[in-house]
Ligand binder design. Sequence first.
Ligand code: ZN
Length: 83
Amino acid sequence: MNEPICRCNSCNQLYIDTNPQSDAPRYELPDDHDLQTLTLQVETDGDLFQGCPECKTDAYLMDIDQEDDDRLKQFKTTKDGIH
Ligand SMILES: [Zn+2]
């Protein structure tokens, strides 16, 4: 399954982007991946947005970089290696 991935630069976790740009890069994840998704957060003025479930904000969300890309590949390779 191809999922758009983003990173929270505050907690340094990778998340499945539940509100991606149409041109967001997508990554093939193993079926048993344990990445969390962004969750619905509420602004103080009542607006809703998709944000980091740990940090409760989208201020630190960014596209993943080459290092994250390698992490994802390693993740997939590791999982494949187990089975
Ligand atoms: Zn975070």
